[in-house]
Design a protein around this ligand. Sequence first.
Ligand code: S6P
Ligand code: ZN
Length: 205
Amino acid sequence: MKSPKLQKMHANPLTQMTATDEPLMTPWAVDIDLVTGAMAEPDRVLTRKTSDMRGYYRDEAALEQLIGQDDPIHYEVFEKHIPETYGHLLLCISKLYPGRVGDECFMTKGHYHTISGTAETYLCIRGTGYMMMKTADGVCHSEAMRRHRMVYVPPHWAHRSINTGDEPLISFCVYPADAGHNYGDIATEGFPRRVFIRQGKEVIE
Ligand code: S6P
Ligand code: ZN
């Protein structure tokens, strides 16, 4: 448990205090298979099942049907333990499974960062889809995701991954460790565009 003084210093970059004020972290490394996206020995795995996605898809009946069948996993996030304080970088593997809710492609919930002025990079390792992004004043922008493509999510953009393919959409993500996740605002606002597969073709509307 950090002292209140240390937490305050890290919450405010203007103090010019850095993560080196914390106990010194020993450098470390992790093996990530760039073909399968598997992270060796993650410290934490966040799993979101279909039943965690109520309220996110257009076709609520189709979602309930899927939950009633076998409530499949929508996505998993594999992380290493890193302090969520100013100066550190969080890294994770995000694995979004293929699937449809009705004809809408499986997607992540999406979020703004709690510290809105923090960016994120997604390096796509496998799969195909989109990164759907939106600002608080309603500007929407999507970028294609495919193997070897990196998407830069600038500060102040809510972001959601969408899997349009038949295999997992896997990305390596890096972002400031104190960024935090704000799910509430984008859940209320919604993203202006959704992605569907109809008669074998992508439809964005
Ligand atoms: C974290 C980063 C990803 C997502 C993950 C799941 O900032 O953007 O690790 O957390 O793709 O998405 P979500 O919207 O449920 O957090
Ligand atoms: Zn993020």
